[in-house]
Write a protein that binds this ligand. Structure first.
Ligand code: ADP
Ligand code: MG
Length: 219
C-alpha cells in the first residue's frame, strides 16, 4: 500500500472506532471450528464495497463468544485494506479551522456498540448532547454502520423509539448495516417490537455464527 493509502486507511479506521480489544481482528485470524462458523466467515469474505453501495447488510447472530463482533470488525478491515481509496470520513463541523485536517471523501463506516450508543444519546448535559447528536447522526447517515449486540440494551419505550429512528432511516435510505446479536428473531421481536425486526431482516442476510465460546477456551 502507498503512504497515502496507509494514511487514508488509518484515518478511516480511527473514524470507524472499533473497541480496542478487537481492533486487530482479521478474517485470517478467525478460526472456524464449525460448519456455521465457516459459512459465516465465507459470507464476511465475500462482503464487498458493492454490497455497501447496494445497502446490503448482514445479521450475525448466535451465542456468546463465537466471534460475531470479531467478524463484523474484520469484514470492514478487509474492505478498507483492499481498497482504502473507496473509503472516507465524515467531518464534524466544530467551527474551528484545522489546517491539518484531511478531507477524505468516500464510504464512511462507523462501529457502535448499541448499548454505548444509546447511553451517549440519553439526555444529559449540553456537551453530552452535542456528542450524542453527532453519534446519532453518524448512526443514521454513514454508508456502513455496525450495530453491535442489538438486543443487549434494556428495553424501554425510549430505547425502542431511538433504535427505530436509526433502523427506519437506514432502511428507507437503503444504507448498509451489519448487526450482531445474541438474540433469535423471536426474542428480538419481544425486545424491540416487530416493526424494527421486520426491517432488520429485510435489510440483511441472516448469518448464524454458532460454535464453542472462544472466551472460555482462552480462560
Ligand atoms: N472463531 C474465532 N477465531 C478466533 N478468535 C475468535 C473466534 N471467536 C472469538 N474469537 C475471539 O474471542 C473474543 C470474543 O469474540 P467476540 O467477537 O467478542 O464474540 P461475540 O461477539 O460472538 O460474543 C475476541 O477476542 C475474538 O477475537
Ligand atoms: Mg459481541
Amino acid at each position: 500500500m502507498t503512504g497515502d493509502g496507509q494514511r487514508r486507511l488509518e484515518a478511516c479506521w480511527q473514524y470507524f472506532d472499533p473497541p480496542r480489544r478487537l481492533n486487530k481482528s482479521t478474517l485470517d485470524g478467525y478460526v472456524a471450528q464449525t460448519k456455521q462458523q465457516q459459512a459465516a466467515l465465507d459470507a464476511c469474505r465475500t462482503y464487498s464495497p458493492g454490497d455497501i453501495q447496494a445497502g446490503h447488510g448482514l445479521f450475525l447472530f448466535g451465542p456468546y463468544g463465537t466471534g460475531k463482533t470479531h467478524l463484523a470488525i474484520a469484514t470492514v478491515r478487509n474492505l478498507m485494506e483492499h481498497s482504502p481509496n473507496l473509503f472516507g470520513v465524515r467531518q464534524r463541523d466544530t467551527g474551528i479551522y484545522d489546517p491539518a485536517r484531511e478531507d477524505y471523501r468516500g464510504l464512511c463506516c462507523s462501529f457502535f456498540s448499541v448499548v454505548d450508543l444509546l447511553d451517549a444519546m440519553r439526555p444529559g448535559s449540553e456537551s453530552k448532547r452535542e456528542m450524542g447528536d453527532w453519534l446519532f447522526h453518524r448512526a443514521k447517515a454513514d454508508d456502513l454502520v455496525i450495530l453491535d449486540d442489538i438486543g443487549a440494551e434494556k428495553a424501554t419505550d425510549w430505547v425502542a423509539e431511538r433504535l427505530y429512528a436509526i433502523v427506519d432511516i437506514r432502511y428507507r435510505m437503503n444504507r448498509a448495516t451489519i448487526f450482531t446479536s445474541n438474540l433469535s428473531e423471536k426474542q428480538l421481536q419481544d425486545q424491540l417490537g416487530g416493526r424494527i425486526v421486520s426491517r432488520i431482516f429485510e435489510m440483511t442476510e441472516q448469518v448464524p455464527v454458532i460454535g464453542p465460546d472462544h472466551r472460555r477456551k482462552m480462560a
